[in-house]
Ligand binder design. Structure first.
Ligand code: IMP
Length: 195
């Protein structure tokens, strides 16, 4: 089975392909099947946005499509940046700028946070499969590590005394929100395929 990932993000593709290959499922980026849709993430929940993306790419490609919507939810900020994680601080910021803004906005505040990932798969026969994963942690006081992407350098795991950016891809997959959602999704898909 081949799944089209509704994303342009090669790192997400790597993380997903690594876990889903165990099921004999191949994953490719939407551009690999000539699909150019850029879906506006107008939902207010991770579930809504994942569904919007997967549905649009399934309709455009005619193939099973998978999408993930994910983000960082910080308790002291009332769950922000949440579904707006990629757009936090406006379009002028890059990943490093968003991390700096987050540290600035959290000065003197409690540091509890979690990453959330929701994965939705839309099949051409109308079937919709969904799974959610969460990874609790804290926000570090300064960026640490070179790996990963997004908020990885400031997402600290107290048990490991490391940020996500200080973990290998395998270590991150084993505990991350996306890893957990993918493993839950893998079970859903396995059940659906009757394997
Ligand atoms: P999405 O592509 O709409 O799901 O955007 C999610 C945003 O949340 C990304 O652009 C990152 O800023 C952040 N994010 C989600 N997952 C991760 C992760 O594993 N590490 C670091 N940042 C993440």
């Amino acid at each position: 089975m081949k799944l089209v990932l509704a994303s342009q993000n090669g790192k997400k593709l790597q993380e997903m392909a690594q876990i889903l290959s165990q099921l004999g499922v191949e994953v490719c980026l939407q551009r690999d099947v000539g699909v150019n849709v850029e879906v506006e993430e107008t939902g207010t929940t991770f579930e809504e946005n994942a569904r919007l993306k997967a549905q649009a790419v399934m309709e455009a490609s005619g193939l099973p499509a998978i999408a993930d919507d994910s983000g960082l939810c910080v308790d002291a900020l009332g769950g922000a940046p949440g579904v707006y994680s990629a757009r936090y601080g406006g379009p002028g910021l890059d990943d490093a700028g968003r991390c700096r803004l987050l540290l600035e906005n959290l000065k003197g505040q409690p540091r509890a946070a979690k990453f959330v990932s929701v994965i939705t798969c839309c099949l051409p026969d109308g079937t919709v499969l969904t799974a959610r994963g969460e990874c609790p942690g804290t926000i570090a006081f300064a960026p640490m590590g070179e790996g990963g992407f997004g908020y990885d350098p400031v997402f600290f795991l107290p048990k490991l005394k490391k940020t996500f950016a200080q973990l290998s891809p395998e270590e991150k997959n084993a505990i991350s929100h996306r890893g957990q959602a993918l493993r839950a999704f893998q079970l859903e898909l396995k059940h659906h395929l009757g394997r």
